[in-house]
Design a protein. Structure first.
Length: 316
């Protein structure tokens, strides 16, 4: 029987196909003969106790000039699908949360949702560290500017970032005496109305912010170290970081062993751990990237690991 796979993502026409992990997943599913059905957030609905989707049949191609074709959209119960990949990028805002409830309805009707909607809500990419604080650098989450100032004085060098963004957006490095401390705290906390995360700055960032891909609790044996460009403290590829493939180190392996039970408990089949030095800084569960770079450099097929894990669950 053909597996019917739906995907919820940002507009496919706007992706960078050579780097897009969701496209890699879709290409692998299509190679297996699975039928693909494309949705964006606005295509989800709930009607009289049923999850609904306005899906468009999708075909994908590994071609940077023409990577997709879509047919006409049609409303149908989400339960007509076997599995849905939830790959919408942050921000994880009220609309994102609403979508997880709609997808959870589909889950109750028998659809496998990857990653699990409740897990997406419970394991916020920054706040998931509250479950494994021993793995993280000294960290403070607060909306109180004075508490953040005290943390800055204690640590001497910190990184401050919003809780619900991605790709290095609005991430600041602060040191005591910085003339912009006040305005940065005001901006990130919205004058005390929004939580922000502060972490001790880790000088090991010069060696890379390592992305560790974890599929069904097992790490891929290579990691993507994202090296900050000159004059920058962020290694994110989205802000100009340079990717360098390395073998999985002992520190990363230990962190995976520590985090894997948490991921399995919350139904997270596909995650990306961010590691600087031997410290875990984030647990990415919404739309982790890195597949294409690792596949190209090492001859891997990481998406196949994910599809195998999905097939195993569908068959059980």
């Amino acid at each position: 029987m053909t597996v019917r796979l739906g995907v919820v993502m940002d507009p496919i026409a706007a992706i960078q196909p050579a780097k897009d992990s969701t496209l890699a997943m879709l290409l692998e599913a299509q190679r297996r003969g699975w039928s693909l059905h494309y949705m964006e957030l606005a295509d989800l609905a709930w009607r009289d106790g049923r999850g609904m989707g306005r899906a468009r049949p999708l075909r994908v191609f590994d071609d940077p000039r023409r990577w997709f074709e879509l047919d006409e959209a049609e409303w149908a119960p989400l339960a007509a699908l076997d599995v849905v990949l939830m790959r919408k990028d942050p921000p994880v805002d009220a609309e994102y949360f609403a979508a997880t409830y709609l997808l959870e309805q589909a889950e109750r009707e028998g659809v496998l949702v990857v990653n699990r909607p409740r897990g997406l809500r419970d394991l916020n990419e920054k706040l998931a560290l509250t479950w494994v604080a021993d793995c993280a650098p000294p960290t403070l989450v607060s909306r109180d500017a004075e508490a953040l100032r005290v943390f800055l004085q204690e640590q001497g060098d910190i990184v401050l970032k919003p809780l619900f963004a991605m790709g290095g957006a609005s991430v600041f490095r602060l040191r005591p005496g910085d003339a912009n401390v006040g305005v940065i705290l005001e901006t990130l906390t919205d004058h005390g109305r929004r939580f922000a995360m502060a972490q001790r700055f880790l000088p090991e960032i010069v060696e890379g912010d390592k992305r560790v891909i974890v599929v069904d609790g097992e790490p891929v044996p290579q990691v993507l170290a994202r090296i900050p460009p000159p004059g920058e403290t962020r290694g994110n590829l989205a802000v100009g970081g340079r990717g360098e493939v390395r073998p999985l180190g002992e520190a990363e392996r230990r962190l995976c062993e520590r985090v894997a039970p948490l991921l399995r408990e919350h139904g997270i089949l596909f995650a990306g751990l961010d590691v600087i030095g031997d410290r875990l800084t984030e647990i990415n569960v919404t739309s982790p990237t890195g597949i294409r770079e690792l596949d190209a450099a090492c001859g891997l097929n990481i998406a196949a690991r994910l599809m195998d894990a999905i097939q195993k669950r569908l068959s059980s």
